[in-house]
Write a protein that binds this ligand. Structure first.
Ligand code: SF4
Ligand code: SF4
Length: 501
């Protein structure tokens, strides 16, 4: 018999004095970690199956469980870590590409954590958001570079279609199929309540959610799943997905096991067939080709919807963004290398792309230098973790941010990074009916509303502290930022002074 060299990553610690044998953990774990042994009259654990999702820990009525990192070690070796050794064993077992989900967990620098915000003192007094008006509304889309009047002196309204947001936050693209019906229901309803937008991702739009159209971005990706005229007309904006931060340069793959019932119908693909999006759009090999798709989509919707082009943050991002700004797109969405995903090859997720902070700063600067910054709005995502990250992103030049992982955390995700298995115990990244129903959309939507409302309050406090009363005055205002512990080159790219200067 072949020896399995893989050790469990986690240890299930069960306090036998507290355990009352209710078997809740057994029923709650889709990974089948827990089982009751009648002979021993006790609960046992198969730790090889544990992904540390905390479902059992949270629901155990007597708090008898905890999951701890297994402290087994290989002999110390600064070059060959235990993780690397285990990955080699896994690949030697299967011959396959390592798969992961959610964002890049590796310890690369997080530039947001090395940027500090300003506060007004004495000469430029702070603003109290409780007593004075504070504008958090933003409009995304191309803006005219000058005011035009007709021969009678009346203002000429030549504004392109805009997205109006009550707060500069949108929910990132997450397809129906990669996440559940109830997760989508929560996002759509929360977007409507908050006056923001959510994004269908590449899975099409379920007919039940057409009613949220005014708060929906419909995505057109390389697989064109679920794309038809009615779909394009249903949304408030259309997003062309050229790339994704978690997996730049490659397409997507939703396994046939997840293409069930309504997921297949919404994607317009047969039940059980793998939904594979090609790495490139087969009709786009240049900015001119992209321009054709942008204008085809505008033409198909009577020039009433802004078109977003979403790209992954990669090495020559500012040149790519400059081309997109000239393609007729209204909004550029840039996804940083920490952005989440339902499934990605681990090596791609952890080694390809660049940090969103550097990508954003260089794109904003390039578009300003070329005098085309007003041609497009910039939306950034890829691990916006808090209102402070959002404020720093806006000060670096963003008009708004996309949040994905933070939104899923609000829904109950415990970041176990096993979405690719389809066995999400929290009812989010799954299509299994018995798991989907664990996420109550009524509660989910309220938690999303709470999260964004809390961030809006914090945003107003942070802006007020800086003596700023509108997003417009914060956007690209790098004077509100100072760096700590960064090299001169990093500060130069960010366009930020060092703290103390
Ligand atoms: S849920 Fe808690 S109390 Fe119930 S069987 Fe599992 S460990 Fe024991
Ligand atoms: S969505 Fe579910 S499976 Fe994915 S990381 Fe969160 S808890 Fe785990």
């Amino acid at each position: 018999m072949a020896i399995n060299f893989l050790y469990p990553d986690y240890e299930v610690v069960r306090n036998q004095d507290r355990c009352i044998g209710c078997r809740v953990c057994e029923r709650q774990c889709a990974n089948e970690v827990h089982s009751y042994n009648a002979e021993l009259d006790k609960m046992l654990s198969d730790e090889t199956k544990c992904v540390n999702c905390h479902r059992c820990v949270t629901l155990c009525p007597t708090h008898a469980l905890k999951i701890v990192k297994n402290d087994h070690t290989f002999k110390e070796n600064a070059n060959w870590s235990g993780k690397t050794i285990q990955e080699i064993y896994k690949q030697a077992n299967t011959g396959g590409v390592l798969l992961s989900s959610m964002g890049n967990p590796e310890p690369y620098p997080v530039y947001f954590d090395k940027l500090l915000l300003n506060a007004s003192q004495v000469t430029n007094p702070p603003i109290d958001p409780l007593r004075e008006p504070m504008e958090t509304k933003v409009f995304l889309g191309a803006k005219p570079s000058r005011v035009q009047r007709d021969e009678k002196g009346e203002l000429v309204n030549n504004l392109s279609p805009q997205i109006k947001l009550s707060v500069p936050i949108m929910f990132s693209a997450m397809s129906y199929g990669s996440i559940s019906y109830n997760a989508h229901a929560s996002l759509a309803r929360a977007a409507q309540e908050l006056g923001i937008l959510y994004n269908t991702g590449e899975g099409g739009l379920h007919e039940d959610f057409v009613k949220y159209g005014a708060n929906t971005i419909v995505q057109v990706a390389s697989g064109r799943f679920g794309v038809h005229k009615g779909y394009l007309e249903s949304g408030a904006a259309i997003e062309i997905k050229m790339g994704q931060g978690a997996k730049p340069g490659i397409g997507g793959h939703l396994p046939g096991a997840k293409i069930v019932g309504d997921v297949a119908k919404t994607r317009m693909v047969p039940v059980g067939s793998d939904a594979i999006s090609p790495a490139p759009h087969h009709d786009i090999y240049s900015i001119e080709d992209l321009r054709q798709l942008v204008y085809s989509l505008k033409e198909a919707t009577g020039y009433t919807k802004p078109v977003i082009v979403k790209i992954a943050a990669v090495h020559n991002i500012s040149a790519i963004a400059s081309g997109i700004a000239r393609s007729g797109a209204d909004i550029i969405a840039i996804d940083g290398f920490r952005g989440g995903t339902g499934a990605a090859p681990t090596r791609i997720r952890d080694n390809v792309g660049i940090p969103i902070e550097l990508a954003l700063a260089s794109v904003d600067k390039r578009l300003r230098d070329e005098g085309i910054r007003n041609n497009v709005s910039i939306v950034v995502g890829g691990s916006i973790r808090s209102s402070a990250d959002m404020v720093k992103a806006i000060a670096l030049g963003a008009d708004a941010v996309y949040i994905g992982t933070a939104a899923l955390l609000a829904l109950g995700c415990h970041l176990c990074r096993s979405c690719q298995t389809g066995k999400c115990n929290w009812g989010i990244a799954t299509q299994r009916p018995e798991l989907v129903k664990r996420l109550n959309p009524e509660i989910g939507y309220q938690r999303l509303v709470n999260l964004v409302t809390a961030w809006r309050h914090e945003l107003m406090e942070l802006m007020g502290g800086m003596g700023i009363n509108s997003i417009e005055s914060l956007r690209g205002n790098r004077l509100m930022l100072r760096g700590v512990g960064l090299t001169d080159r990093e500060l130069e790219i960010l366009g930020v002074k060092h703290a103390g200067e």
